[in-house]
Structure formats: C-alpha cells, structure tokens
Design a protein around this ligand. Sequence first.
Ligand code: NDP
Ligand code: 2IT
Length: 450
Amino acid sequence: MGFKNSYLQGVYDTVQRRNPGEPEFLQAVREVLESFEPVLEKRPQLADTGIIDRIVEPERFVTFRVSWVDDSGKVQVNRGYRVQFNSAIGPYKGGLRLHPSVNSSVIKFLGFEQVFKNSLTGLPMGGAKGGSDFDPKGKSDGEIMRFCQSFMTELYRHIGPDTDVPAGDIGVGAREIGYLFGQYKRITNSFVGVLTGKGLTYGGSLARTEATGFGLCYFTKEMLAVMKQDSLAGKTVVISGSGNVAIYACQKATEMGAKVVAMSDSNGYIHDPDGIQLKVVKEIKEVRRGRIKEYVDAVPTASYTEGCRGIWGIPCDVALPCATQNELDGADADKLIANGVIAVAEGANMPSTPEAIAKFRQAGVLFGPAKAANAGGVATSGLEMCQNSMRYSWTFAEVDEKLRDIMVGIFHSAYNASQEFGDAGNLVLGANVAGFLKVADAMKWQGVAY
Ligand code: NDP
Ligand code: 2IT
C-alpha cells in the first residue's frame, strides 16, 4: 500500500533504493513513516526542513572484522557492526546483539527504532545499535571472553562516555559486558561509563538487570488502567522467550497478581497451567545456561512442546512477546484474538508483524509497541550513565521508582500524541510521533552541515 503523502512516498522510495535486501529495516521505516501522515497534514512545513529525509539515514555505520581463536586453536572470523543512527538529543546509545541472524538489516532496524525509543524516555540519549553474527551458544567462557576482547579492540575507537555508550541485547548480558568493559579499560587506560549493564562492583546500576521486564509491566499496568479501567491482577499471561526481558517480565507480572502460564526459547515452549515457577526458570537460564525444556524435569505437571510459535495458541488475557523480531504474525494474532486476549505489549523489538498489529487494532486489543513498552531497559541505562557521571549510586528502590515514573510518562506521551494526531488509543502512532517530535526539534535547531 502506498503513502497518501507524496513526500513520504518519496522518502520511502529512496530508503528502499538505498537499502536493497534489508526487509527488517524497511519494515521499521515504513511503520514510522506511516505514523507521520497526520503529522504532515498538521505541519506541512516539516517537509521543507529535510528532517525526515535525514532521520532515515544513519549518521554513521561501521562494520569490522572480528577474528578470535577458539578452544581448539582454530582462527574464527565474524563480522562486527555498529550503527550510530542519530545524535540530535544526546550521545549515541543502544545495545549490542550477538546472534547468528545479525546482519546489517537487523542492526539498522534496531538502531532506527532506538532513536525514537530513547527520545520517549525523556533522557538525553541518541540512537545506536551494534553486534555480530557470532553465536554464543555452546561456546566456552574463554571463547566468549576472547571474542568480546577482539570485538572491543575494533569498537573502542568509535565509542566513549560522551560519544556512544553500548549495552546488552540478545546474547549480551553481564558476563559479556564485563569482558567488553575490561578490554576498553585496558586499551584506553580510562575507567569511564562507556558501557551500561555493568556489574554492581564496577559502576553498574541496581535494577538494570530487571529494568526491561519490570518496565514492560509498569507500562502494561498503566495502559490497562487508563484505556480499560483494568489491571494485571488475576490475568492469565503468556510470555515468549526466557531470557533477560522475559524472566523479569514474568517476575513483575506475577508480583502484580497475574498468572504467567507459558514461556519459550527458540526450540519450544513450556505450558504450566499452575503458574510458572520462576525460581526454576532462573536456575535453568541464569545459572546453568540451559534450555527451557528442562523445566518439565523439575515441574512434571507442566508440559513441553517443540517449536516456539505454538505458544500463541495458549489462551491468555495478556500476551508479552519478549524473544525476537517478527515472532508473532497474523495467524498468531488470529489465535490470540479468538482466545480473548485483551492486551499485547512488546518486550522484544518489533516482535509483531505489521499484519498482526493491524489485526489487534481491528479487534480492539490494547497494543503497546516496543519503542514505548520496552524502553525501561535503556531508560535505566540512562540512569546508570547519570550515576556514573555523579560517581554515586542510588538504591534499588530509588532506581525502580524512577523507572516506574518514566514508564508511566512514556505511556501518557504516546497516548496524548495519539489523541492530538487524530487516532486516540493508537499507541503505535503515538509512540512514533512523540519520540519523533523531540528529535526533530533538536535537529532543526542544530542546523544542516553543508
Ligand atoms: P536474551 O539473549 O537474554 O534472551 C533472548 C530470548 O529470546 C531467549 O529465550 C532466546 O531463545 C529467544 N530468542 C532469541 N532469538 C530467537 C529467535 N530467532 N527465535 C526464537 N526465539 C529467540 O535477550 P533479551 O531478553 O535481552 O532480549 C529479548 C528481546 O528484548 C530482544 O528483541 C531485544 O532486542 C529486546 N530488548 C532487550 C532489552 C534489554 O535490556 N536486554 C531492552 C529492550 C528490548 P534461545 O536461547 O533459544 O536463543
Ligand atoms: O533494545 C534496547 O533498548 C536495548 N537492548 C537496551 C539498550 C541500552 O542501551 O540499554
């Protein structure tokens, strides 16, 4: 389907021409440009500033060779990436993903979305993303360390506490951040807040580990309260994934009185109608780095099914996709809707396909898009940067309270923007537009280099 506004069509055509074979990036750009249709109707002069032409083009995109030696002595080669998408409102900021599916399309879609997400948090952070096609599964600790050191030996020249501050994402947690930080410090001889998600003994923030999952639940709670006068208490919840985001979403949803009945990994899903015992999941995933199917060894009343997509067929009131992009498609949305889902909020980045989102909208299902709903992770990274700058640290309760306020604020920014631009309750539109307007203003005042 084409754009109504011919200027937006022109921008999209250029993006398509410049980024052939990059479907994820085009998917993310198309959704954002669609949200700008009502903005341009109200403010046609935006077209003259070239801001939209500029915002879809990364400021800088680097790729580099990462060679490392495996445990058998063999040289391995991976590709490293960092996209520095936009620095209008602060230093570049965004995670690093280690997964074999990483390519330039995936990194660019993530970096593009990060621009709007970071703006929504209200904190001064530009947008970036990076990573590698390195597969951490089955690697020894030594191999992970050597990979991270080699990766940082290239990346360090592009980053800095006032330039670009990476963090975790899929395949990057506290262990990897520690190795990356150690190597940065060795090379530069400086102890600075150049990464977030650090360990608590060397500059990390309390509650950063929990932040994305907790934030997702704070957002969902506010969305249910304002738009449906409802709450998470007594709700049945399905959560995909069983990594960092999924685990802490499960913890907070349970604390809020919901019953989480299913979780997954890329191989399959577990269904526990009595409510997931998070202690068991944490032991499998955080301590042993095992597979989710091991849950049924500890809880024989639960069941395991091979294949991760079947999870959306389990009846629930609230669905929280927390694994990866495009993990929930139109057919999955049909199943959730038929089973009476009332709200979907995205813990992962771009987990729902455009078709799935359209179906939720049509069926009146509340929908919290990733840029808004999962912004708690990067928001708390922003709080970690703030604490590092002060050389001070807040208590868990202090950080958690700030996180909660930020998530409530993000919901209202998105909700208000959806009302102002004529589609009340469309939080996809609201989040894209609210995130955009701040960045656009900063870009306007900073001028164009020529
Ligand atoms: P983790 O690496 O901790 O966990 C990822 C989980 O998703 C695992 O259960 C993994 O299963 C599953 N998964 C990953 N890739 C696939 C795939 N291709 N198909 C099916 N399942 C898959 O990552 P996070 O929890 O940190 O990240 C999850 C999502 O949340 C990502 O989209 C990420 O971008 C997003 N996010 C993360 C934030 C953070 O602070 N960490 C902040 C905001 C968003 P398996 O073990 O089998 O690979
Ligand atoms: O997608 C994301 O927002 C993240 N992976 C977190 C980024 C960060 O800088 O904390």
